[in-house]
Write a protein that binds this ligand. Structure first.
Ligand SMILES: Nc1nc2c(c(=O)[nH]1)N[C@H]1C(S)=C(S)[C@@H](COP(=O)(O)O)O[C@H]1N2
Ligand SMILES: [Mo]
Length: 436
């Protein structure tokens, strides 16, 4: 194998990787990046043939080493040079807070989304909630209705769990007849991942005493949309959480401050933000967002209602549109995979439009219902290529091709698009969205 080569990593051309090839289009063995075999390889799609030791000059002393640095900040900010790493959004003319702001995954690495970049989907803006005046009511089919202040809630045992949230409408443009032109953020930016900390819903329900005949819980938000959904009691008694913290700090206003419902792996819409009420019932309430919206319109004209877990999905973040390739050579293909049904067990990558596939490397920690990072070494020959990724989760479910998904559901389903997506790389190194 290539890994046993004695030569140093830096400066080799693509032709050197012949023995590492594992699939068409120049995909290389995923183990190539292990064990320091490629000391010179850099992340983010940079070519390996960078500066070699022989070319390096003595470092000059830059201006910023000649004067004291700036002072402290109460709340840290990203480097000013990174000002382009922002969410993109389009509000609606008469209601600027209605719509979505999308995560720039093509400019991020790792698996945890910084709080300021977590996507946001809001149906009528971000309410300005006074945390001391906010109440959470637990009532309905319970022995003892309960009302919690934020302070009372924070006295219950807290837990943390990492979970992605994905809007049911993410990637929805891929239902379209022609491949929509946009970058990763525009097409797929409605998914993010955080470590959430809070109180399990089952702890509160146990205290309230659930009627054995109950089977659903209605959750309502304190925003002007009063957005609400019905959630199966089984999920509420499992890993559902009232999240108070997001990546260690209080949940951001845009994501539900001072408390949101977290339903790991379930459709984003059900994870009610600014949570103010849980009503235990024996049937779904047929709220607006589970009837007129968030149902999948099938070819037959019938709609599929209550599509809970997000099925396995993966997407390549690097390269992707807007990230230009700088000439042939060794690249790192990198992307994200997730499943609402548990762990990602493998991701395969194709560079020839799905003709051949090879296993990507999964980077730990691999957590259930969380974004999982994969990467794959790729020797680009400078010609046209078609990059795709395909995830399999612990249940054995394999991410379907777009054609299979549409054959099963039709093209009007609008929500839960998890088909395989494809980026075309041109011989100029430009990346664009295509259908394979
Ligand atoms: N109260 C309330 N909860 C809500 C919404 C809302 O508009 N109001 N939007 C829902 C939708 S459609 C999604 S996809 C997720 C998005 O969560 P995020 O904004 O924290 O990313 O919140 C859900 N919870
Ligand atoms: Mo959503």
């Amino acid at each position: 194998m290539g890994r046993s080569r004695g030569a140093g990593g830096a400066g080799r051309g693509s032709e050197d990787f012949e023995s590492d090839k594992v699939a068409g289009g120049g995909l290389l063995d995923r183990r190539l990046f292990l064990g320091g075999a490629l000391g010179g390889a850099t992340a983010g799609g940079a070519v390996l043939s960078g500066t070699t030791a022989a070319e390096a000059e003595a470092l000059a002393v830059p201006s910023w080493m000649k004067t004291p640095g700036s002072t402290f900040l109460g709340y840290g900010q990203p480097a000013k040079q990174e000002a382009k790493v922002v969410r993109t959004f389009a509000g609606q003319p008469n209601s600027p807070g209605t719509g979505a702001a999308r995560t720039p995954h093509h400019l991020l690495a790792g698996t945890i989304t910084p709080n300021g970049l977590h996507f946001e989907r809001s149906h009528n803006g971000i309410p300005d909630i006074d945390p001391d005046a906010h109440r959470l009511l637990v009532h309905g089919m319970v022995r003892r209705p309960l009302v919690f202040t934020l302070e009372a809630l924070a006295r219950y045992p807290m837990e943390s769990q990492t979970a992605f949230i994905e809007c049911g409408g993410n990637s929805g443009l891929l239902h379209g007849e022609k491949p929509a032109q946009g970058n990763f953020q525009a097409l797929h930016g409605l998914v993010s991942c955080a470590e959430w900390t809070g109180v399990r819903v089952k702890t509160l329900l146990a205290e309230a005493g659930v009627d054995p005949k109950a089977s659903w819980v209605y959750a309502e938000g304190a925003d002007a949309a009063g957005m609400s959904r019905s959630v199966p009691l089984s999920k509420m008694m499992d890993d559902a959480m009232i999240a108070l913290y997001q990546n260690g700090e209080r949940v951001r206003p845009s994501n539900g401050y001072p408390m949101r419902l977290l339903l790991p792996g379930f459709e984003g819409n059900m994870q009610v933000k600014w949570l103010r009420r849980l009503k235990v019932t024996d049937a779904p309430v047929m709220a607006r967002d589970e009837t007129s919206k968030y149902t999948l319109l099938l070819e037959s004209g019938k709609s599929q209602q209550f599509f809970f877990p997000i099925e396995a999905k993966s997407l390549i973040t690097h390269p992707s549109p807007g990230l230009t390739m700088r000439g042939k050579g060794l690249y790192q293909i990198s992307g994200l995979a997730w499943s609402g049904n548990g762990l990602i067990s493998k991701v395969e990558v194709s560079a020839d439009g799905g003709k051949s596939w090879a296993l990507a490397q999964l980077l730990g920690p691999i957590l259930p219902r969380s974004l999982t990072r994969f990467r794959m070494p790729w020797s680009w020959d400078g010609g046209p290529a078609m990059l795709m990724s395909r995830a399999t989760d612990q249940t054995g479910y394999v991410q379907p091709t777009r054609a299979k998904l549409l054959a099963e559901r039709g093209a009007r389903a609008q929500y839960h698009f998890n088909g395989i997506a494809c980026w075309a790389v041109s011989d100029k190194g430009e990346v664009s969205h295509v259908y394979a």
